[in-house]
Write a protein that binds this ligand. Sequence first.
Ligand code: HEM
Length: 442
Amino acid sequence: MASSSSTSVFLVFSSLLIFSTLLYVSEADYSAPIVKGLSWDYHHKTCHKVEKIVRKHLKKVFKEDIGQAAGLLRLHFHDCFVQGCDGSVLLDGSHGGPSEQTAPPNQSLRKQAFSIIEDLRNLVHRECGRVVSCADIVALAARDAVHLSGGPNYDVPLGRKDGLSFATQNATLNNLPAPTSNASTILSALATKNLTPIDVVALSGGHTIGVSHCSSFTPRLYPTQDPTMEKTFAHGLKEVCPTNTTNATTIMDIYSPIKFDNKYYVDLMNRQGLFTSDQDLYTHEVTKPIVESFAHDEKLFFEEFVKAMIKMGQMEVLTGEKGEIRAHCSIRNHDNKGYFSYLVEEEDQSDLESRAELLYVMCRLVAGEDDSGGELEHHQSLTNETERMDPQIRAQIARLEARISRVEARMEKLEVSVRYLQRRMYVYGFVCLMSVLYAIFK
Ligand code: HEM
């Protein structure tokens, strides 16, 4: 039984992967300019494996549970719409107030989505050091969620920094449209975010995967049934949610709930859209023809969806000197004292290591080897630099932040070379000692 269900999950997942290779939108296909500070190859030099790491891990996660893809896609939307794509939705609350996560629209975000992002951050930072922001990881995870569910593959501009604060409850509520809104409300709310009606209809297509709680659509069932809702569809929903207080979930696209395709628009044309904000797109005169065109042409939907996602993914991003790269996605670095004191110890460790290297070079000199590679000078400056930093570290932990990512990446290489040096030091120590003895007894 267990093996037959895992075989069918595997088959569904593999067929999604095969379908999903059909459309790939590269940076060359995206003609609109991208926001200053972001670039398509931002992590090329510092973490060229980031996209591979994210995709490899998510393939594993989705093979177990493809439902997690919907959670990650929605997380990116909720991040970007509130205060821009700055990872602020990931932050825990603090003395500054309750986090965005506790605001009503975010309470139904999947808890696992947050832990998947933290797992990804951990994998990426372990490989490259603290050079990729949580906000970038969320954007990449959303892209892979779409692609690995059968949707288009596309390049994502990268280089976002993580925000230093989260939005208030009110700001969160005001920026995330309610499912009870009609199309006019949604269009004008999203126009303030520079999204066109085509973007709105395309992004709403995100509802082709995932689930919803009853509370998001029971106002359409009770006390009176929304007349625009198809009757058997309404009947099925009432079975899942027999009262307006039932806490259950149902799929959002009745045709193909785990496949990223254009069937959501077919649902709307059949009056089987789940929320008012979905169904009304097929009533409003501006959005109705767009719904029809996407229902008839999946390739067109994919193209417009990708454009709209890239646009959404650049909303109010922090770049360059603004923001930071969090060491943990749910905690601002400033509040993350435990992590930074751990790094100070690591820095002390590397201080010792550079002193060991210096000793080794001096022994080589005593043993009569030349310093044509300038190693002594190099190690001397390394030591001086570390010595200069010591009081600064104690005085100002914040200044360490800029060095931490480099230190982490260098630690592993240093460990290998220190072990190598230690072995050689025994040999040179012996030569050194013999030279000294020879000089004394000559
Ligand atoms: C246009 C306005 C939007 C409204 C009013 C809206 C509303 C909602 C609501 C109420 C839910 C169900 C929450 C629950 O009860 O569990 C939901 C789920 C979802 N939304 Fe939206 N949404 C909108 C736009 C978007 C966009 C732009 C995307 C992504 C591109 C998106 C992706 C999703 C996904 C994937 C789910 C399923 C999540 C899961 O299964 O965990 N939504 N949305």
